[in-house]
Design a protein around this ligand. Structure first.
Ligand code: HEM
Length: 149
């Protein structure tokens, strides 16, 4: 990610989150309108989750220039998501919903900013999916050892 892209993303994030919870609310609205089958996986009341989600995204945006630092935390988050029922393809749906939510709330939305955001979100979901895969591989390993031991 270039320093210019990082600057654009930080400015864009600051403007869409100037009103607290607006982005998270819009994200869940977009997500559940394209993928209603995901709704039952989430708690009925999303208030707490919106806070978590914004905090997680804020952390990522603050650390865009050193995304490697967040890799272990994002892997853990991905491993937790296995238990919540998130599948690989759901991450693409979530990425599209998040890009759509940011686009809908942005005054200066254009193709370049859209590509910047897709890239940034991909940089978040790749380690999350890696964490999910490692988690599943370790569970398989434990099963196999339990049988042979
Ligand atoms: C951009 C990718 C994503 C990010 C950054 C993200 C972030 C988060 C965070 C920060 C939490 C709260 C964790 C906590 O309470 O400790 C959470 C919870 C959750 N996420 Fe995600 N998530 C992502 C993608 C997904 C996808 C694709 C699904 C698909 C089903 C999903 C389903 C859930 C569910 C069901 C919960 C909470 C369940 C509960 O509290 O009962 N997430 N997510």
């Amino acid at each position: 990610m270039t320093p210019e892209a990082i600057q654009r993303l930080k400015a864009s994030y600051a403007s869409v989150t100037a009103t607290p919870r607006q982005l998270a609310a819009r994200f869940y609205q977009e997500l559940f309108s394209v993928a209603p089958r995901l709704r039952p996986l989430f708690p009925g009341d999303l208030t707490n989750l919106q806070g978590h989600f914004e905090a997680a995204l804020a952390l990522v945006v603050r650390n865009l220039d050193e995304v490697e630092v967040l890799r272990p935390a994002l892997r853990d988050l991905g491993a937790q998501h296995v238990h919540w029922g998130a599948r690989t393809e759901d991450y693409e749906t979530a990425r599209a919903a998040l890009v759509a939510a940011i686009g809908a709330l942005s005054a200066n939305w254009d193709e370049r900013l859209e590509a910047d955001w897709r890239g940034a979100i991909t940089a978040i979901i790749v380690p999350m999916l890696e964490g999910a895969a490692v988690h599943t591989a370790l569970a398989a390993e434990r099963l196999s050892q339990a049988e042979s031991g």
